[in-house]
Design a protein around this ligand. Structure first.
Ligand code: IVH
Length: 660
């Protein structure tokens, strides 16, 4: 290749690599594999090494080129990086709107722009003639630090822009780290005894301020742009967003224009609902006056522009007082201690109960009745007690002891492992929970038969157990308060649909201790029908795949209990159990999966069904028997455990490949 051709080839390679960066990071699209892209980068690197005169600072090979620094240089921001005034509720937000109107001397303000408020670290990027010159942190708003080397390692930051014509521009945005990467890095840090980061913001900030850009690069940071300074002089903030996106930046996809403040209240509510499913932490929304001239005219109050406001989400933690500690009896007799709280708002809803999980957790927290505690709530998860504020104790707090007798049936409670259990199979509390379970999605899946209706049926004496459901007539239930003609007939129809039931669902419905969905399937696969299972001795039960001593004993004893067998006889006479045929061997035969976090392309149930179709198994907890942990969005502690046990963690992409 002649020099001219080399130069052209280098230019082309840079363009193609940049194009795929844009597709991947901004549009979430993949057109060529990582391997193919690496191969192009490799060729570019080789050509640049051989022809250093053609190496430019915006080359994708320069993303991790820098040497460790001794310290960061200081940078004075041409335009100060302001902060935003916070508002926490609708009233405060509407007051801001009123103030804007008053200061602007307007009767109406009708053009707002609302976007996500990312919880990371603010960064300013200076582009000269379309090429990234300098990246800096916010610092105190006036003086920040030069973190150019580190910013270059962030693939979501373009090193050069498509349209350099309009001279120097400054792009501002937020450096963030995904929840997934946050978990991964903390696991790695734990393994090597390094620093554990409290939250993704903390980690993003720590990673941007690493003196060695190689470390920053390994953190896989991301960047969302939210403001453009300089450039073609646009009239609105929404146009800025659109242009930033065209220039190759990632901007938030949810952002939108609104005419009425009330619409923004709704927008915030909707985003708050989605919050736990987003791959990044956000802590609210930012609302700005969309027209730039009005925005400018509104000026600055203190260190914040008057024309924009942060509209934060309700905090997901709050402090309150433990009024009492009670216990709840679950389906399998498990006794769960629950803190009765002085009602408090957490994450936008009022909470008056929080689970304490079990006695060990009470000991770990050291919680007493009367204590001031921190309660937390994440998404739709049951609120729990996070911490006791010991310094606020008065001395009158009372120690809680687990009861020796079940509060519902007054029979003995026994301790097995960490769990206390009521051992009375006839316990009314267990009975009720068992019925909820019988009708639930994984078991008989009776449409419309939720806890409230089951309560009404039990309390009116219409049913005593699940078998009675199949004898109900429309006229029996229509007089109940919650039923009209239509819903009564719908319920009867839904129940009658389940008089033919697959064997695993039937087994699930029995509510045998330790028999979850997977075990029910294993049992059905092994025995094929109920008669064989009923007759099985301990030896045979133990020989079933994935069934150990404890589970085998629980099943064995269940079928030999007089109360259970009477119930079973009744149930069998009213439903037809579809026998299980032997399964074909599939490509995931003998492979056990654990799913954690939410997937983009499949629901949990779909993923499970696909694994089963291919002969694989799904388990709810990670153990030595786990082959793969599939990590979706916002995975939980299972990932941690997988890391500790050295179980292979795969992402959704790889998982989908396996299912092909
Ligand atoms: S400012 C005219 N937008 O919040 C509209 N700030 O700014 C200007 N932040 O630490 C938009 N997400 O880093 C804006 N979408 C967003 C933001 C955002 C996060 C942070 C920013 C700074 C603080 C106040």
């Amino acid at each position: 290749m002649g020099r001219d051709d080399v130069k052209k080839r280098i230019e082309k390679l840079k363009k193609v690599i940049e194009h795929h960066r844009y597709l991947y990071h901004v549009l979430d699209r993949i057109e060529i594999s990582d391997a193919a892209l690496d191969s192009l980068k490799h060729e570019l690197k080789k050509l640049e090494d051989e022809n250093p005169e053609f190496l430019t600072p915006d080359s994708p090979t320069q993303r991790v080129g820098g040497k460790p620094l001794k310290e960061f240089k200081k940078v004075v921001h041409k335009t100060p990086m302001l902060s935003l005034e916070d508002t926490f509720n609708e009233e405060e937000f509407l007051k801001w709107v009123e103030r804007v109107k008053k200061v602007a001397g307007l009767r109406f303000v009708s053009d707002f722009f609302a976007e996500l408020k990312f919880d990371g670290l603010a960064m300013s990027l200076m582009y000269k003639n379309g090429v990234l010159q300098r990246a800096s942190t916010r610092g105190n708003g006036r003086v920040g630090e030069d973190v150019t080397q580190n910013a270059k390692t962030i693939e979501a930051i373009p090193l050069s822009l498509d349209i350099p014509e309009f001279g120097d521009i400054e792009v501002r945005g937020e450096v963030v780290i995904s929840k997934k990467n946050f978990e991964r890095i903390n696991i790695e840090q734990k393994k090597k005894g390094g620093q554990i980061y409290a939250n993704p913001r903390n980690l993003a900030a720590g990673s941007v301020r690493q003196l060695d850009p190689k470390i920053t690069s390994s953190r896989h940071l991301d960047f969302h742009a939210y403001a453009l300074l300089g450039g073609p002089g646009l009239e609105t903030h929404s146009e800025e967003h659109a242009l930033l996106r065209r220039l190759g930046f990632k901007t938030d996809n949810y952002s939108s224009r609104f005419n009425k403040p009330e619409e923004i209240l709704n927008f915030r509510k909707n985003i708050e609902k989605k919050r736990s499913t987003l791959s990044y932490e956000i802590d609210g929304i930012v609302v700005a006056i969309n027209k730039k001239d009005l925005f400018e005219r509104l000026g600055v109050v203190g260190k914040a522009p008057r024309g924009a406001v942060a509209f934060k989400f309700a905090p997901v933690e709050a402090t309150t007082i433990v009024r009492d500690i009670i216990v709840q009896v679950g389906r399998t007799g498990a006794i769960t201690p629950v803190a009765v709280l002085e009602p408090v708002e957490v994450g936008g809803v009022t909470v008056s109960r929080a689970t304490l999980h079990n006695e060990d957790e009470i000991k770990r927290l050291g919680v007493k009745i009367g204590d001031t505690v921190i309660v937390g709530r994440a998404g739709d998860v049951i609120p729990d007690v996070k911490k006791v504020l010991n310094d606020l104790r008065t001395g009158s707090e009372k120690v809680f002891r687990m009861p020796e007798k079940c509060p519902m049936c007054f029979e003995k409670i026994i301790l097995k492992g960490a769990i206390h259990r009521c051992v009375n199979v006839k316990c009314p509390a267990r009975h009720r929970e068992n019925l909820y379970h019988f009708a639930s999605r994984q078991a008989f899946d009776i449409d419309g038969l939720g806890p409230k209706i089951i309560d009404a049926l039990l309390d009116s004496g219409l049913i005593n157990n699940a078998a009675d459901l199949f004898e109900l007539k429309e006229g029996d239930i229509r007089p109940l308060e919650r039923f009209g003609e239509k819903s009564a007939s719908n319920l009867i129809e839904a129940i009658s649909k389940r008089t033919r039931i697959e064997f695993p669902r039937f087994l699930m419905g029995l509510g045998i201790l330790h028999v979850g969905e997977e075990t029910a399937r294993d049992l059905a696969d092994h025995f094929g029908n109920l008669d064989k299972l009923k007759k099985a001795g301990m030896e045979e039960l133990r020989s079933v795949e994935n069934i150990g001593d404890i589970v085998a004993r629980s099943i064995y004893e269940w079928f030999r209990d007089k109360y259970n067998s009477d119930y079973l006889k009744k149930l069998e006479s009213r439903v037809f159990i579809i026998e299980r045929r032997v399964k074909k061997k599939g490509k995931l035969q003998n492979k056990t999966f654990v799913l954690t976090g939410s997937l983009d392309f499949l629901t949990r149930d779909e993923a499970k069904a696909r694994i089963h179709e291919l002969g694989g198994k799904v388990s709810s907890s990670v153990s030595d028997n786990t082959d793969y942990v599939v990590a979706g969005l916002a995975p939980g502690s299972k990932l941690d455990k997988a890391g500790k046990l050295g179980v292979e963690i795969i992402d959704e992409k790889k998982f989908l490949k396996m299912l092909e």
